[in-house]
Design a protein around this ligand. Structure first.
Ligand code: HPA
Length: 243
């Protein structure tokens, strides 16, 4: 079964029909919200808003382990993550959609493994996103006529503050194309849990020091761009969940 993990701008999945709230207990505590199981584009899917029902949780406050474990307990095998990002690469302007293929992790202090002392698992993470799920998203985008960037390096920062211009320069030198705050440890926990995982990144602003963000990023004013970008991402997902 597919899950959709919604980020900023996707706290509610309006297209989810007959949603049923599933309270799931995990050994890691509470997920961000009770997952909803319902029908999306004719298929049963699970929806989980990463930041909670009212977007109450900051990126560093999210219980990523509880979220992934709750999905696994509901029988989810494949996860599509939707995430707002800043664009670093010049062509990744606001409203662009990106299907990233790599990750750089700049977060700190987040619990990033299900491993326990004495039972440490060194999971392979060479290709952090599952290629077959990426292909599904790319094929779906083509089928519904949405332009998406095939590949991109997602830099994950700690947040919740936005970056300095110098930090973005460094991420670019490191090879990053977009920057967000929630891709890790979500992706690696999915890998550890044996769940296939891919993401649609919605560019909502140029990253700090770039383009219209040369002087300042006014995050609260990005709502319309976010809504349009997320709307397009949902259109792609409606196709991507088809058999
Ligand atoms: N930086 C980090 N996370 C983000 C940004 C950004 O510029 N835009 C949306 N999420």
């Amino acid at each position: 079964m597919f899950a959709i993990v919604g980020g900023s701008g996707l706290t509610k999945l309006a297209a989810l029909q007959a949603p049923r709230r599933q309270v799931v207990r995990t050994p890691y505590g509470e997920p961000s919200a009770a997952p909803l199981v319902g029908t999306f584009a004719g298929r049963e899917v699970v929806f989980l808003p990463r930041h909670g029902d009212g977007h109450a949780l900051a990126p560093h406050e999210i219980n990523y382990r509880a979220n992934i474990d709750a999905l696994r307990r509901l029988g989810v095998t494949e996860v599509f993550a939707v995430a707002a990002v800043g664009g670093i690469r010049a062509d990744l302007r606001p409203e662009a959609l990106v299907i990233p293929h790599q990750i750089l992790d700049y977060t700190h202090g987040r619990v990033a493994s299900f491993s326990t002392p004495g039972d440490v698992v060194h999971v392979d993470f060479t290709h952090p996103y599952t290629q077959s799920l990426r292909a599904r998203l790319l094929d779906a985008a083509r089928a519904v006529g949405e332009t998406v960037a095939d590949g991109g390096v997602y830099a994950c920062t700690q947040g919740p503050r936005l970056e300095t211009a110098a930090e973005v320069d460094r991420f670019e030198r490191d090879g990053a194309d977009v920057v967000g705050m929630t891709g890790m440890p979500e992706a690696v926990l999915a890998r550890e849990a044996g769940l296939a995982y891919a993401a649609i990144a919605v560019v909502v602003n140029s990253a700090a020091g770039r383009g219209e963000s040369a002087e300042k990023i006014e995050f609260a004013r990005l709502g319309a761009v976010l809504d349009r970008g997320v709307g397009r991402a949902v259109r792609v997902l409606e196709r991507a969940v088809q058999p």
